[in-house]
Design a protein around this ligand. Structure first.
Ligand code: AMP
Ligand code: ZN
Length: 114
């Protein structure tokens, strides 16, 4: 998708610190981290928001969680725990309109999400 910053990262038109990549998913460090570990896990398919996920994407979204599981174990933060957040739309403050999964960890996170 033209003008989508995450599609540009996927196409390597914009640099990022890539943690993991395969044909369906890319994961890279958030440029403005909110925690010591702040990885964005992004399906390569340009889906704008969670509301745009269709039945056809069931396998892909499930796969994203498998990749998060794999990254957490391989990067060594699985045992300490972590948080996964998906922002959707205006009230969430979603800035990038390409669905992405924030993986946050590396410290004790607040007990409340907001
Ligand atoms: P959201 O508010 O859920 O749309 O989150 C978008 C996230 O993308 C923010 O946490 C930004 O810091 C992050 N971000 C924006 N541009 C880049 C980039 N070029 N590389 C890595 N992360 C980015
Ligand atoms: Zn995109």
């Amino acid at each position: 998708m033209e003008d989508c910053i995450f599609c540009k990262i996927i196409k390597k038109e914009i640099p990022s610190t890539i943690i993991y990549e395969d044909d369906k998913v890319i994961a890279f460090n958030d440029v403005n981290p909110a925690a010591p570990i702040h990885i964005l896990v992004v399906p390569k398919k340009h889906i704008e928001t969670l509301l745009d996920v269709s039945d056809q994407d069931n396998e892909l979204i499930s796969y994203v969680y498998q990749i998060i599981n794999k990254i957490a174990k391989e990067k060594g933060f699985a045992n300490n725990g972590f948080r996964v957040i998906v922002n959707c739309g205006k009230d969430s403050g979603q800035e990038v309109m390409h669905i992405h999964f924030h993986v946050l960890g590396g410290k004790k996170l607040g007990d409340k999400i907001v």
